[in-house]
Design a protein around this ligand. Structure first.
Ligand code: NAI
Ligand SMILES: O=C(O)/C=C/C=C(\O)C(=O)O
Length: 484
């Protein structure tokens, strides 16, 4: 049986306690994961603190950037191993991970290496009473040891999205991957060693949240800042933990994102984009569209077309090139998603397609498979329209008027993402400007430029990461004033 160890101070560390990692595809145990206790988290934080003062802390920006380029190349060199590990942990189709998860995992290091090399800081000349003046300039310094708490849906991508900029800025990290997806973060430890990243710069501790590695990292006084992606309620707990020592947090949390489809849209493009935004990664994308508003003249046609496309999705093993829908991450998560499927029926939804567990061949019957599901017939007040489900499902409702749909899209506690589909560019700008979300796409979805700000409003998040915005979180900006 494969064993997944912690990565602390450049070494792979076993502990006396392991937990099982099961495949979402067939339910079989695929690895035993060594759970970090307080002692291992202490060791990881200590290693990260020591590394700040070691060779890592003495590198120039250009030298650090070179090392991060080497990390990206190291991931690409072992692309197939990362791909296999990510798909084994998540069950996601290899066709998806090959194009999104692994390339982005590598790109996150290159992009932020470039950002730190190229971003200037401020300079001001200040007049003084003696007429000689003063010069003010700002410098960025690392914030220290960053605790990185990660989810399971895009494990390598979302972890490196934080580790890339954190290291580019000269910090060191203690990463706590999701208990569901321990493999790629660990494999990255091997790459760090291979390319010569000094020991202690990148540390990984495995385990759960409360009374386990997650809590030990976020409550550790040696951790200077915490960055988190995951569920909103977990983010609240982490924010409380960070209050001790007044430590900064960056929180990327849940969403209940609307898609708005106007009758004048490019129908086929809107259909294709919506298929991805609802069903990609089996709906386990925080940017996904779980609420669809379709303008009444094309409502029936769009529902019918989405149903047809959803029914053509091919569930299957990750390595099958035909597969475009994997299982949910776990049986526990499937229980949550199914509870919404049951709730929708009980509330009187029209189940356009899906609504349950698919028949799978016997060898896959132990996996956490679920049917792609579309509902109509429920209103904005229903829990199906208000609560994040995080599954391959969406509620479609008609609308009649622009102001009405803006108000309905905004009437929610979340504010992460929105997609607007229309050929009328004036309307696109007008609506985009009024939507309460950190990310608005027009005639697209998940079109990501890593230099742009990423994050949510309301209960979807605090802070923005991406491009120079990541520098705001991962550095301390210091002003130096020189009297002439
Ligand atoms: N916005 C996003 O990107 C994501 C949102 N989710 C949402 O979260 C739901 C549940 O997924 P989970 O992975 O269970 O999310 P979660 O928020 O429970 O877990 C995310 C990470 O936080 C850790 N964690 C949990 N409790 C903690 C605590 N008290 N202190 C420190 N660390 C803690 C977990 O071990 C994991 O590494 C999903 O159903 C979905 O609604 C999940 C993944 C990504
Ligand atoms: O950074 C990205 O491009 C992707 C972000 C996706 C999420 O945060 C998510 O699905 O959880």
């Amino acid at each position: 049986m494969k064993e997944i160890r912690n990565f602390i101070d450049g070494a792979f560390v076993a502990t006396g306690k392991t937990f099982e990692k099961r495949s979402p595809v067939d339910g079989q145990v695929i690895a035993l994961v060594h759970e970090a206790g307080q002692a291992e988290v202490d060791a990881a934080v200590q290693a990260a603190r020591a590394a700040l003062k070691g060779p890592w802390g003495k590198l120039t920006v250009a030298e650090r950037a070179e090392l991060l380029y080497a990390v990206a190349d190291g991931i690409n060199r072992r692309f197939d191993e990362f791909l296999a590990a990510e798909c084994a942990d998540t069950g996601k189709p290899m066709s998806l991970a090959r194009h999104i998860d692994i390339p982005r995992g590598a790109a996150n290091f290159k992009v932020f290496a470039d950002v730190v090399k190229n971003v200037p800081t401020e300079f001001f000349e200040t007049p003084t009473p003696d007429g000689k003046g003063a010069l003010n300039y700002a410098v960025r310094r690392p914030i220290g040891v960053v605790g990185v708490i990660c989810p399971w849906n895009l494990p390598l991508l979302l972890m490196t999205w934080k580790v890339g900029p954190a290291l580019a800025c000269g910090n060191t990290v203690v990463v706590k991957p999701s208990e569901e997806t321990p493999q790629t973060a660990t494999l990255l430890g091997e790459v760090m060693n291979e390319v010569g990243v000094p020991k202690g710069v990148y540390n990984v501790v495995h385990g759960f949240g409360p009374q386990s590695a997650g809590e030990y990292v976020t409550t550790h006084p040696g951790v200077n800042a915490i960055t988190f992606t995951g569920e909103t309620r977990t983010g609240e707990v982490i924010m409380k933990a960070a209050a001790h020592g007044a430590r900064p947090v960056s929180l990327e949390m849940g969403g209940k994102n609307p898609g708005i489809i106007f009758a004048d849209c490019d129908f086929e493009a809107a259909l294709e984009g919506t298929m991805r935004s609802v069903f990609a990664n089996c709906g386990q994308v925080c940017l996904g569209t779980e609420r669809l508003y379709v303008e009444r003249p094309i409502f029936e046609r769009f529902v019918e077309a989405l149903k047809k496309s959803a029914e053509n999705l091919k569930l299957g093993r990750p390595e099958d090139p035909e597969t475009n829908l994997g299982p949910l991450i776990s049986h526990e998560h499937r229980r949550k998603v199914l509870s919404y499927y049951e709730k929708a029926k009980a509330l009187g939804a029209t189940v356009v397609t899906g609504g349950g567990i698919p028949d799978m061949p016997p060898e896959l019957a132990g996996g956490s498979w679920i049917q792609p599901t579309i509902w109509t017939g429920l209103g904005d007040d229903s829990p199906i329209a208000r609560e994040e489900i995080f599954g391959p499902c969406t509620l479609i409702q008609p609308f009649d008027d622009e102001d009405e749909v803006i108000a309905r899209a905004n009437d929610i506690d979340y504010g992460l993402a929105c997609s607007i589909w229309t050929k009328d560019l004036s309307r696109a700008h007008r609506v985009a400007g009024q939507i309460e979300a950190g990310l608005v796409w027009v005639n697209s979805w998940f079109l990501r430029d890593l230099r742009t700000p990423f994050g949510g409003m309301k209960q979807s998040g605090i802070g923005r990461e991406g491009g120079v915005h990541s520098l705001e979180f991962y550095t301390e900006l210091k002003n130096i004033c020189v009297k002439l």
